[in-house]
Design a protein around this ligand. Structure first.
Ligand code: PMP
Ligand code: GLU
Length: 446
């Protein structure tokens, strides 16, 4: 039988064409397409730390931002109970789960989450990408520093990534004035501003007044906001202020089980798209889901219903994480500040964003002039894994790093009510912090 494509090909094609392998064609194609999509820095440091440990080195693991706490036990039990669920579920997510998520966030954040406008995805990461991809041509406004994947995702979605530089002095927050200036200079383009609070890599949230002013500028200029609130429940004092409170009609909110429920590997994220934004954008996101991931793993969705059901036990579980993270985060920030590494005390989540600027001269004398050189040498000399500020969009010469204070046994701390820093499980974390300071002062580590 002859296929249509076969009949269209000259019989002696193999003689007349210079043979070109699939590999050649790929290389040629990528040459034209420009910069390759590299592996994400967060996942890379995880692999590197693992390899170094396998080779016998002791590594203080402050690089990868994974929750150290166990998954909420009733959710694990629910997962076991639903292990035999095998059917594909609705693309948008199980209705009972969406209802529960809507109730949960409306209750906790005092915002209106409408179950009809929620989509469940395999991690919020893919939902963020789907949103960017579903927009018409847009500027994606990305604060620097901010999470490693926003800018690559914007480029992969074919959008223009615009960096808005923040500084230590503004607590690493984009200012309303900056947003306004960009809007005035680019009046025609659709804009999506990404805000992440409490922040990765900073651990910081904007104060209420700044948030209200940002919301007003966004409203006045018709800027869409993507509020990535995956660390919202881990605000150390339980005072997370959802951006949608200040700008309900223009804020798309994302969250999920990865951080507050300790279940990064379960891959379940949620997104709420307010009805004011209309049908088209939502339909496109759901369409993209249907053509790519189909639906999130069935047993995980059933288990998530339990995770999203607020009970006194769930509140206590979240509260214990806040206490532990607050105690450790405050202590780590103070330890760094004592060593003249300026660091804001965190509001939430499990990251710090220390700035080694005061040590610039001494570091330069040791051949270190960029954040990437700084983290490479800290890993090599002191066995401390961190990520450079440049991975979060900062100027490479800015001497900032991200420290994820998660190198402790969250299981043990969850079960105990004693002060965190007096327990054996935080010894490694304390030693890791000592290793940074010792390396800074003496150029080596004992
Ligand atoms: N946003 C931020 C700021 C993150 O740190 C992460 C890391 N997990 C994500 C989104 C994505 O989380 P997930 O895909 O696990 O929901
Ligand atoms: N969000 C985590 C981090 O920033 C890791 C997971 C990921 O990047 O997907 O380290």
């Amino acid at each position: 039988m002859t296929h249509a494509s076969d009949s269209a090909r000259p019989a002696d094609a193999s003689l007349s064409e210079t043979p070109s392998s699939a590999v050649d064609r790929l290389e040629k194609g990528y040459g034209r397409a420009g910069e390759a999509t590299r592996s994400s820095d967060t996942l890379l440091i995880n692999e590197q730390s693992r390899l170094l440990e396998a080779g016998g080195r002791r590594i203080f693991k402050f690089g990868f931002g994974q929750s150290p706490f166990p998954v909420f036990t009733p959710a694990v039990d629910a997962l076991a109970k639903h292990a035999a669920e095998k059917a594909y579920l609705p693309v948008q997510g199980l209705p009972a789960l969406r209802e529960q998520v809507a109730r949960f966030h409306s209750d906790i954040d005092h915002t209106r989450w409408d179950a009809e406008r929620i989509i469940v995805g395999p991690g919020s990461k893919l939902l963020l990408f789907a949103l960017m991809k579903s927009l018409p041509e847009a500027d994606i406004l990305i604060p620097a520093p901010s999470w490693v994947s926003y800018a690559p995702q914007a480029r992969m979605a074919g959008q223009r990534a615009v960096r808005l530089d923040a500084s230590f002095e503004t607590r690493w927050q984009v200012t309303p004035e900056q947003l306004e200036a960009h809007c005035i200079e680019n009046p025609e383009r659709l804009k999506l501003l990404i805000l992440n609070a409490p922040g990765n890599p900073t651990g910081l949230s904007p104060d209420v007044e700044t948030q209200e002013r940002l919301a007003n500028v966004a409203r006045r200029h018709g800027v869409l906001v993507l509020a990535d609130e995956i660390y919202g429940l881990l605000h150390h004092r339980g005072e997370h202020r959802a951006f949608a409170l200040d700008y309900p009609e223009g804020t798309v909110t994302t969250s999920g089980l990865s951080k507050w429920c300790g279940a990064g590997g379960w891959r379940l994220g949620v997104m709420h798209v307010p009805s004011e934004l209309g049908q088209e954008v939502f339909a496109r996101i759901v369409g993209m889901a249907s053509e790519t991931w189909s639906s999130v793993t069935s047993p995980i969705q059933y288990a998530a219903i339990t995770a999203y059901t607020r009970t006194p036990d769930l509140d206590a579980y979240v509260q214990r994480q806040r206490e532990v993270l607050s105690e450790i985060g405050q202590w780590c920030a103070a330890r760094l500040n004592d060593a003249k590494v300026r660091t804001h005390a965190p509001n939430g989540g499990f990251y710090l964003f220390p700035d080694f600027e005061a040590h610039r001269e001494a570091l330069a004398a040791r051949g270190i002039t960029t954040s990437a050189e700084l983290t490479a040498r800290l890993l090599e000399d002191a066995g401390v894994a961190l990520l450079p500020g440049s991975a979060f969009g900062c100027d490479p010469s800015q001497l900032t790093v991200r420290l994820a204070y998660v190198d402790f046994d969250g299981d043990a701390l969850m079960k105990s009510e004693q002060a965190t820093l007096e327990q054996a499980t935080t010894t490694t974390l304390i030693k890791g912090m000592d290793a940074i300071v010792e390396w800074l002062n003496h150029g080596r580590c004992s």
